[in-house]
Design a protein around this ligand. Structure first.
Ligand SMILES: Cc1ncc(COP(=O)(O)O)c(C=O)c1O
Length: 375
């Protein structure tokens, strides 16, 4: 059978986008987690000042970038020394998430299964599909919005697993999960655990967490500058952890020609050395989360603040709408607000909409005014 690509998740939103665009004052697009705030000026300056355009960049990342990433991991997560050789660059993290199953299959061809959170970023499942593997969703922890119910994983699936993905803070639910538990499960079942931690800086409930706090054996943490430093357009990410696994990925990726452009690497070094701009960004997202949660609650859609991340995961009030698409349509029509229906993140998300607080306060205030005028 030939490979059938599913529709790209966000293409399904285009009709709702047209409704929101029709509002006077235009659309307030909170559907995609793409940052709208400016990056640090010194980072932008580094993009044009590195002099690294002529030669090929190191696929693993320059020593400066790997050291900057290692230093940030040590600082942010209070880790003991992280060796620069246990860190490697990726071209933003989406390509890594999508390609990890293919690469790991080279290492363990007898395995064919990718385990990932049942309600999650769609690329975990897509990575399985692109590698011709089985995508096996793992249910959320009982009574929780996210995390991984590790006891629910069948032994037969664990035996075939190339990788277990965890994602803390979770997109879309904001749940922080149980990273030490995930690491321990991986070790006891001999399954590599890849921990997507791209929202770690936006942890609201306690300090930021990394799976590397449970040691590096059998685990790889995946990080991105897209959200932390408003650099989604520059494409810089990195992964770090188990030295043998990092080295295997690094080597395969070098052969495949995956390289972060030199100027982008130079920008990454500057961004990773600075924490002050992240504090400013944290304050922005927190203010918007609190404001929009209040607006939605007043509009009859109560929602709790997330433990992490910059998404509101809003339950669809069953007495008002038949499903998340109907709720999203009304928010688009009346508020000019575009949100993502939760089933884009898996069947278990069908009773929710996800709102990314990636618009400035004045645009969110416009939504508040529109919804209030419409009552
Ligand atoms: C959970 C998660 N992982 C990874 C990514 C990819 O980010 P990037 O490729 O910009 O690093 C995203 C982007 O939205 C995400 O939400």
């Amino acid at each position: 059978m030939t490979f059938q690509l599913p529709p790209y998740p966000y293409d399904r939103l285009s009709l709702l986008g047209k409704l929101a665009e029709a509002m006077p004052g235009g659309i307030v697009d909170c559907s995609i987690g793409t940052p709208c705030d400016p990056p640090l000026p010194a980072v932008v300056a580094a993009l044009s000042g590195s002099g690294s355009e002529r030669g090929y960049p190191a696929s693993a990342g320059s020593l400066e970038l790997r050291e900057a990433a290692a230093g940030w991991l040590e600082r942010r997560f209070e880790l003991p020394t992280v060796a620069a050789t246990a860190v490697a660059a990726c071209v933003g993290t989406k390509e890594l998430v999508a390609s990890v199953p293919q690469v790991l299959r080279l290492r363990q061809p007898e395995r064919d299964t990718v385990l990932f959170p049942a309600v999650s970023y769609p690329t975990y499942a897509m990575g399985a599909a692109l590698a011709g593997c089985r995508a096996v969703p793992v249910a959320s922890r009982p009574g929780e919005l996210g995390g991984l119910d590790l006891d629910s994983i069948a032994d037969s699936d664990a035996a075939r697993a190339l990788v277990l993905w965890s994602n803390s803070p979770s997109n879309p639910t904001g749940d922080l999960g149980d990273l030490p538990g995930d690491a321990a499960w991986g070790r006891s079942h001999d399954v590599p655990v890849f921990s997507d931690e791209c929202y770690a800086e936006f942890t609201w409930d306690g300090p930021p967490r990394s799976i590397l706090q449970s040691g590096t054996s059998g685990v790889v943490a995946v990080h991105s500058l897209s959200k932390r430093s408003n650099l989604a357009g520059v494409r810089v990410g990195f992964f770090a952890g188990d030295p043998e696994m990092v080295e295997f990925l690094r080597a395969v990726r070098q052969h495949a020609g995956l390289m972060v452009p030199g100027p982008a690497q130079a920008a990454g070094v500057v961004a990773l050395a600075d924490d002050a701009h992240v504090e400013v960004q944290r304050a922005r997202y927190h203010e918007r989360l609190v404001f929009l949660a209040g607006v939605l609650s007043k509009h009859g859609c109560p929602v709790e603040l997330p433990a992490g991340g910059f998404y509101l995961w809003v339950p669809v009030p069953a007495d008002r709408w038949v499903d998340a698409w109907a709720m999203a349509e009304e928010l688009a029509r009346r508020g000019g607000l575009l949100v993502s229906p939760g089933d884009l993140y898996g069947e278990g998300g069908a009773g929710f909409v996800r709102v990314a607080v990636v618009q400035p306060m004045e645009r969110l205030a416009l939504v508040a005014d529109r919804l209030a005028a419409d009552r």
